[in-house]
Each structure stands twice: as C-alpha cells, then as structure tokens.
Design a protein around this ligand. Structure first.
Ligand code: UD1
Ligand code: CA
Length: 488
C-alpha cells in the first residue's frame, strides 16, 4: 500500500445538504456509530495519505470541531461559497500550498456524504491509477437509475473515458448511460492543480465542476482512466433521510455479514443493529431485537438478546444477557444478566455473578459468584464474592445532595426488602434480616435485624369487623384448627 501512498486525500464536505431538512449539518448525521464524514475519513485513512484535508463551508465551526475530535490530524480548508466541486478542491490545494506544502504524487478526492465507500475500493482506485500511469482515474459504477448523476461518456471505438457530463447538462442520449461518476477520483497532483485553473463556469449551474478536469486533461493528451466499483451500492451518496436509512441498512448488513463469517450466530440480521466499533469473538450468539453500540465487545460463547441494547459494554465469555439495557458496563465471564436488567456506567459484574430480573445497577462492582437475583437497585456499591442479596433490596445511595457508597463483604446473605442506607459497610459472612433498614455498619459474621417487632392482636377482626367475609373466614379457620377446638 505504501507504494501507492497518496500525497493527499481531499474530502468535499462544504455543501449544505438542504434535503436532510435538519439543524445538523448533513455530514454530521450518524450511521452505525459514526458520522457520515467520519466514515469517509476512516476509509481515507486506510490509504495512509500524507495529508488529509476536509473542505468545510456550511456550518464549518460544527464540522471542524467534530473533525478535531474524531481525527485531530485532519486539516480543514474553508470554502466560503459553494461554487462547485472543482472550486472546493481548489480551496483544499490552496490551503496546502499556503501552508508551504508541495504535493507530489497522487491526490484522491472523495465526497463527505458517501459513507459506504470502503478503504479497499479507494486502495484499488489508487492502485489502478498508478499502475496505468493515468493523469486521472475516476471511480465509476453501473447503477439501476442514473438520474441526477454525472454520466461517464466513453469513446465508442476504444472504450476510453472521454468526459463526464452532468445530468443537467446531458443530452437525451447521454442520459441513457447507466455508468455514472461516483465523485471519487485519483489525480496526478500537479496536473490537477494546473487543470483546475482552466475550469470554467459556463454550465447550467454556473459552477466550477471538478468533472471538467477530465476533459481538460484528455484534450491536453494525458491518460484518463476509470475503475468500476464492484458494488454500486458502495458509492451511495446521502442526500435525504430515506437514503440515510437505506445506507444504515446496507452498512449494518455488511457488518453483520462480516461477523457471521467470523463465527458469530446472528439469529435475525434484519432486527439486529450494530455499530462499526463493535467487536466479537467466535461462537457468540445474538438474538433478535438487539442493538450493539459503541465500543461493545462480546467474548466467545456470549449470548445476548433478545431485545437488548448494549452500549460501550464488554460481555465476558459464556455470559448470558437477556432483555437488558446496558451502558458502560463490564459483564464477567459466565455471568447472567436479566431478563429486564438495566446496567449503567461503572458497573462491573464478576465471573459467574448475576444481575437478575428487574435489577438496576450503577457504579457497582460485584464480585465473583455474587448474586442480585430480583427487583433491586444497586447504586454506588462494592460487593465481595459469593454474596447473595435478597429480593427487592435498595442501595440508598443519595441523600438528596450527595451520593454515598455501600460496601458489602463476601459470603453474606442479606434478607429480602433491605434498605442499605449509605454510607454503610457490612462485614464478610454477615446476615441481615428481611425487611431491615440498615443504617449502621454490620460486623463480620453478625446478624443485623433492623425492623419493628411483629405484634398479633388476637380476635381483632371478629371484634372490629363483625359479620364481614374476613370475620367469617377467620371463624371457619379457627373451627378447622383442632388446637382451637381444644381451647374452647
Ligand atoms: C457530483 C458530481 C457528479 C457525481 C455525483 C456523485 C460534479 C460537478 N458532479 O454531483 O458527476 O455523479 O457528485 O454523487 O462534481 N461540495 C462542496 N463544495 C461545493 C459543491 C459541492 O464541498 O461547492 C461537496 C458537497 O458537500 C458534496 C460533494 O461535494 O459532499 C458533491 O456535491 P453535490 O452538490 O452533491 O454534487 P452532485 O450534484 O451530487
Ligand atoms: Ca450528491
């Protein structure tokens, strides 16, 4: 690849994208965990260019700030008025030369709104370009409907590309051509710079067309070539939200296809959504209705879903996660989560631990083999190993102003319906009684009981609710009790 290392990649992203009908600039719309321009930048990086320049214009502060965040080495060049794709590239080259950079070699131009374009295709384009010794090589594609695209005009005798004609400027005959300009090119840097100076604006849109560079170079006797994209869907440009959804579907299919080829069982790809940043090991199973987002990683044998949303979550080998929402959690090997669990940032579940049905956890570190099986909230807590937390327990971590921490040791058995009023510590091997409100530390091995004593007021129903169904049921019950007979 380094032999074809381009001097620069120029990404065109100055346009407004009016058809998105959005307060967000078009290239910042998200697709499978990355912005549109983020996808293009990532694919461009695979070419390992010496310089990567993004042309910004519309909402340039937002776009530039985003680029600085995702790839600080990206340069931006401002195109104050969108006078066409040729003008945009000229702004990029001027920015580089103003910074004292002389380009020698290949310049690749891509559009910021084609997120499905792969680094592989760009590499192939750059390879063809240098192997054929072209002045310019255009990436083309055969599309079912070429409306709106620039048409590739070829010499009928030799098949050589002679020009690109924009839809608006094309004749009826040219409009029938199905091979279109993807908007992606490889150029010789020097020839591109010279030709851009000759591009005119005498077309239907009054713009400097980058596509005119082809005709200019050809007329000057230079080699013009084309590389045909293997899959026309790769060059899909996003102009509206219907195309955004279409691209999301295609990219999702591509990501899941790769995962399945690598040994992941995806039960229903159509209802499984995945971000580009998600990683899998072999023999993972993903059940229907599952979204895997951000830096989520599923280790071997893990089983996730159905109906789960995991973001920035690591799932250990053989862990089982069912009907769960998780954000920023680490789930240990062989752990079980759900159904209907909610794991929030800072949660770390140890090996073979459990966060069961209707359990919410936040900033909770749970040791190996420890179980929180039912209906509980565990917030700001550390729990040791092989402890069992009774059903319907609440870690009372918030006093209305500050958050406090609860520490529970190993091999504890806490009763159902406990409130652990933080800050509080329960020692190793301790027990707590059901229904306790634990406000004081419990020493290791103790039983803590913190609840009112039960008092039974005999005969209360017969006296206070005479003739009621309850009184009748009580009377019948006492007749059925032999010891009650004996008392009479
Ligand atoms: C362009 C091509 C067309 C090709 C199509 C592929 C030209 C003249 N036409 O048409 O042959 O089939 O892409 O999708 O090149 N941009 C700027 N500054 C500008 C104008 C555009 O940065 O002044 C950017 C846009 O933000 C966009 C890209 O360039 O990312 C393409 O511009 P767009 O207006 O969408 O070009 P098309 O008319 O689609
Ligand atoms: Ca376009």
């Amino acid at each position: 690849m380094s032999a074809n290392r381009p001097a620069a990649v120029v990404v065109l992203a100055a346009g407004e994208g009016t058809r998105m009908k959005s307060a967000t600039p078009k290239v910042l719309h998200a697709l499978c965990g990355r912005s549109l321009v983020g996808h293009v930048v990532a694919a461009s990086r695979e070419l390992d260019p010496e310089h990567l320049v993004v042309i910004v214009g519309h909402e340039r502060e937002k776009v530039s700030a985003h680029l600085a965040e995702i790839d600080p080495a990206v340069r931006t060049a401002v195109q104050y008025e969108q006078n066409g794709t040729g003008h945009a590239v000229r702004m990029g080259l001027e920015e580089l030369s103003n910074s004292g950079i002389t380009l020698d070699g290949t310049v690749v131009v891509v559009c910021g709104d084609t997120p499905l374009l792969t680094g592989e295709t760009l590499t192939r384009l750059a390879g063809t370009h240098s192997a054929d010794g072209n002045a310019v090589t255009v990436l083309t594609a055969e599309v079912p409907d070429s409306t709106g695209y620039g048409r590739i005009v070829r010499d009928t005798a030799t098949g050589a590309v002679t020009a690109i004609v924009e839809h608006k400027d094309a004749t009826e005959e040219q409009r029938a051509i199905r091979e279109i300009n993807s908007g992606v090119f490889a150029f010789d840097a020097q020839l591109l710079t010279d030709a851009l100076g000759k591009v005119r604006t005498d077309n239907s849109q009054g713009e400097e067309y980058l596509t005119d560079v082809l005709g200019i170079l050809r007329e000057a006797g230079h080699r013009v070539g084309a590389a045909v994209a293997g899959d026309h869907r790769e060059i899909l440009g996003i102009n509206n939200r219907v195309q955004l959804a279409e691209a999301r579907k295609l990219l999702n299919e591509r990501l899941l296809h790769a995962a399945m080829m690598d040994g992941v069982t995806v039960v229903d790809p159509a209802s499984t959504l995945v971000d580009v940043t998600v990683t899998f090991e072999r023999d993972v199973t993903v059940h229907p209705g599952t979204q895997l987002l951000g830096a989520t990683h599923l280790a071997t044998g893990a089983e996730v879903g159905p109906n789960s949303r995991l973001k920035d979550t690591t799932v250990g080998a053989g862990a089982r996660v069912d009907n769960t929402v998780s954000d920023g959690a680490r789930i240990g090997e062989g752990a079980t989560v759900g159904p209907f669990a909610y794991l929030r940032p800072g949660t770390a579940l140890g090996t073979k631990s459990k966060a069961g049905a209707y359990v919410e956890m936040k900033n909770a570190v749970i040791g190996e083999g420890t179980k929180v099986p039912h209906l509980s909230y565990v917030g700001d807590a550390t729990i040791g190993e092989y402890t069992n937390i009774g059903a319907a327990s609440v870690f009372v971590n918030y006093d209305g102003v500050n958050k406090h921490h609860t520490t529970i040791g190993s091999h504890c058995r806490t009763g159902s319906d406990n409130m652990f009023v933080a800050p509080v510590t329960i020692g190793d091997g301790a027990y707590t009684a059901a229904g306790s409100v634990i406000t004081k530390d419990v020493p290791p091995g103790s039983l803590a009981v913190a609840r009112g004593q039960q008092r039974n007021i005999e005969g209360w129903v017969a006296r206070k609710r005479p003739g009621s169904a309850a009184a009748q049921a009580a009377a019948t019950a006492s007749q059925d009790r032999p010891e009650a007979d004996a008392e009479q």
